[in-house]
Design a protein around this ligand. Structure first.
Ligand code: NAD
Length: 334
């Protein structure tokens, strides 16, 4: 069986090839790698394949799904946890087997969340550059002590809980909101309604999925209700935040700092080297001008352990599909 694997970089190929050798040393499964993403334009590359393997910014809308079905593709193996890029209703209607990797390393994303917060708060990125230039002045590097601060976590799933555990270790007061709060959170923090959480938190960190109901949940009104000077962190999905409203809140100085690993229009930019290009996304470029904004390019998941787990779970999902067996990681609905 051939599988068209989209949005692959050398590191994806390394971990998938290692897992392929382990799972299918007989050569029964062949991976056809594509650097570009799956879209209406590139879907023909899946010709002759029984499955496609995709990542966060591949497009799986009704048109692409219909085209895939027309090519004889019957399985979609997602190398990610979030599936906001998939039209679940269309996939179900067309009878696709769709499986994802629900938890490759919640701790990896939680640790990256903390890396962003600590860097932005203590300006270690600027200190690093200064010290290498022989500049040991501290002016402009003033941070605040996290111990004793209030942190609000929106979404208390695997990553939210892992983040809560780390913040507890820092001696922070942790507030959390989730329509289905897990019992495990009771030992880590206090459940709060979203308005209460936004008003009380020195740091607000997003860990909920992107759904129609959570799209732009951090918009003008929610941002205005945050504590003046608070930090907003998003390592979940870009469109949870209304970027235009965030820029206004930064300009008015109501929002104290912003750290993001995800961005609404990231599919145009992230995972590729654009250092010699002219970036035409003016909203992104505006964000880059703020000294109190830190952006990483969707690398929260990017650890050796998580990459191994993504590859291993992708192949165990494939094994379920090939055996016609039940699969714990099926994507069935919104
Ligand atoms: P999860 O499914 O374990 O948890 C999500 C939680 O969000 C659930 O408890 C759910 O009830 C809650 N939720 C749903 N709607 C909500 C709302 N309106 N308000 C508050 N909470 C709400 O998912 P997870 O593994 O913890 O991942 C969370 C998100 O992180 C994913 O959806 C994905 O978008 C993102 N993610 C990012 C990276 C990265 O590299 N930056 C990697 C993996 C996942």
């Amino acid at each position: 069986m051939k599988i068209a694997v989209f949005s692959t970089q050398p590191y994806d190929r390394r971990f998938l090839d290692e897992a392929l050798l382990r799972h299918h040393p007989d050569g029964r499964v062949e991976l056809l790698y594509h650097t570009g993403s799956l879209s209406r334009q590139s879907v023909a590359l899946a010709q002759g394949c029984g499955a496609v393997c995709v990542f966060v910014n591949d497009v799986l809308d009704a048109k692409v799904l219909k085209a895939l079905a027309g090519l004889g593709v019957a399985a979609i193996l997602m190398r990610c946890a979030g599936y906001n890029n998939l039209d679940t209703a269309a996939a179900a209607k067309l009878g696709f087997f769709v499986a994802r990797v629900p938890a490759y390393s919640p701790e990896a994303v939680a640790e990256h969340t903390l890396a962003l917060i600590l860097t932005l708060n203590r300006h270690t990125h600027r200190a690093y550059a200064r010290v290498r230039e022989g500049n040991f002045a501290l002016d402009g590097l003033l941070g605040s002590t996290l111990h004793g601060k209030t942190v609000g976590l929106i979404g208390l799933g695997k990553i939210g809980l892992a983040t809560a555990r780390i913040f507890r270790g820092f001696g922070c007061r942790v507030l959390g909101c989730d329509p289905l709060p897990p019992t495990a959170f009771a030992q880590l923090g206090t459940i709060a309604a979203l308005p209460e959480l936004l008003a009380a938190s020195d740091i607000v960190s997003l860990h909920c999925p992107l759904l129609p109901s959570t799209h732009h949940m951090l918009g003008e009104a929610a941002l205005a209700s945050m504590k003046p000077g608070a930090m907003l962190v998003n390592t979940s999905r870009g469109a949870l935040i209304d970027t235009g409203a965030v820029i206004d809140a930064l300009k008015s100085r109501h929002l104290g700092a912003l750290a993001i690993d995800v961005y609404e229009q990231e599919s145009e930019l992230f995972f590729l080297d654009h250092s010699a290009d002219i970036i035409t996304d003016d909203v992104f470029q505006r964000l880059m001008t703020f000294p109190n904004v830190l952006v990483t390019g969707h690398q929260g998941f990017f650890t050796i352990e998580a990459m191994r787990e993504i590859a291993a779970t992708t192949f165990s999902n494939l094994a379920c599909y090939l055996a016609g067996a039940s699969c714990d990681n099926l994507v069935t609905g919104p």
